[in-house]
Design a protein around this ligand. Structure first.
Ligand SMILES: *Cc1c(COP(=O)(O)O)cnc(C)c1O
Ligand SMILES: [Zn+2]
Length: 415
């Protein structure tokens, strides 16, 4: 096992490092050492069932809360809600990961590796989800953790992070400011930096398992499209790499989905450019992908390269389209997703309705984060409520039935 620069190809030992010593480029794990979990019943039901392909040598170092191996649901009611659609829409439900987002996959791998490298503590810059994940896995491992987040992070995410006992550091400004603070603190305090951009190669490496899971869940079929809510892009890499490493290596067209108010990768894609430039001031309800990439633009350029390599595209969705997708996922499929998590379906609907994705395609939407993490958006959506006194009379009871009968919902027949 060693680390290799994705830009210049230089190889380095697999120790604590975050960038190429020659060119500053992104590092990836090459020939991961892997380990055997034997017939460990608990780990077999987590992403560690692929431990032979991950970057931990000692199974005893694994820190797990049950991450990965998430369900893939066929979303027939969503399919029926798109005029003329005859393909398949599948939802990869990452909201059921232990702390409510797919970040648990990365952090489980990175914290396990931190243990193996005998690091004394960990630090993470986060827009909320990676921080919650880091705090939880640090608690499980008995390690100290510092979580650096933008002051404007949703309240639920801040409470979640602090509740796991980590030190929560709020930094004014946007995510890139938190990112810089974490790098400075990591250096000064000798902490392992598990920030979930392309900084930590061990965490990013574990995301390839997502591609593997999808292929297995689809019975070996390769979907036509996988839509991925995208900040810096490690999850895009996970999907592309996961399929690339399978026999045959056929890739789904991978779609990087960003919010219109913070879309550096989409902008470069649409202009036909090869390098991504930083975004000015992010403006979106999708906190999980509100990353302007200032100072690490090369993360965006790398992601763009992977998107093009897969024959995919990059697309932006507005906050209103995201709100509509949150409502659709909740009301038609029983899935509560935070704005970022719902952006993938928002983009799927838009791309199908504008004929950029064909109406007979097999489409997978990565729903990456749980709705509980940002409830204020749901509070702004219309709901149906009836209120009764403690001992309602017959007329009051009847009012509930009237309210129920008055609902104007078109029935859809789903086979
Ligand atoms: C971090 C995050 C993303 C973006 O992931 P990247 O791998 O940084 O592109 C998407 N969705 C949610 C819910 C996230 O927390
Ligand atoms: Zn290099």
């Amino acid at each position: 096992m060693q680390l290799r620069c994705v830009d210049c190809g230089h190889a380095m030992p697999a120790d604590v490092r975050y960038a190429c010593e020659k060119c500053g480029g992104i590092l990836e794990v090459e020939e991961p050492i892997g380990t055997s979990i034997g017939d460990h019943a608990y780990l077999r039901r987590t992403m560690w069932r692929y431990a032979d392909r991950l970057s931990v040598a000692d199974a005893g170092a694994i820190v797990s809360l049950g991450e990965g191996c998430t369900p893939l649901h066929r979303a027939k009611r969503l399919e029926a809600s798109i005029p003329g659609f005859k393909g398949e829409i599948w939802i990869k439900d990452e909201t059921i990961n232990p702390t409510g987002s797919f970040k648990d996959r990365l952090i489980s791998a990175a914290v396990s590796r931190a243990r193996e490298l005998e690091c004394r503590g960990i630090i993470c810059a986060s827009s909320g989800n990676a921080g919650a994940s880091t705090a939880a896995y640090a608690a499980r491992a008995g390690m100290d953790a510092i979580i650096v987040v933008p002051t404007r992070t949703p309240e639920e995410k801040l409470t979640q992070i602090a509740s796991y006992g980590a030190l929560l550091v709020k930094v004014d400004g946007h995510y890139s400011h938190s990112y810089d603070v974490a790098i400075r603190l990591a250096e000064e305090q000798g902490l392992f930096n598990v920030t979930t951009t392309f900084l930590n190669p061990y965490g990013v490496d574990a995301l390839k398992v997502v591609g593997e899971e999808l292929a297995e869940q689809l019975g070996g079929r390769v979907p036509d499209y996988v839509l991925v809510p995208t900040g810096a892009g490690p999850l895009v890499k996970g999907v592309v790499q996961g399929f690339a490493e399978r026999p045959g290596g056929r890739l789904p067209k991978t779609v990087a989905v960003q919010a219109a108010g913070c879309a550096p990768i989409v902008r470069a894609f649409e202009r036909g450019e090869e390098t991504v430039t930083a975004w000015g001031e992010p403006q979106t309800i999708a906190s999980g992908i509100s990353d302007p990439l200032i100072g690490y633009e090369r993360d965006g350029s790398y992601t763009l390269r992977l998107v093009r390599q897969s024959g995919g595209l990059a697309a932006a969705v507005s906050d209103d389209e995201i709100r509509a997708a949150m409502s659709d996922l909740a009301r038609m499929e029983g899935l509560l997703a935070e704005p970022t998590g719902a952006s993938s379906f928002a983009a799927a609907r838009k791309l199908i309705e504008t004929d950029r994705i064909s109406r007979d395609a097999i489409v997978v939407c990565m729903v990456t984060g749980h709705g509980y993490k940002d409830m204020k958006v749901f509070r702004s959506l219309p709901i149906r409520v009836s209120h009764l006194p403690a001992e309602p009379d017959a007329a009051q009871l009847a009012s509930v039935l009237e309210a129920q009968a008055a609902r104007r919902i078109k029935l859809m027949i789903v086979s």
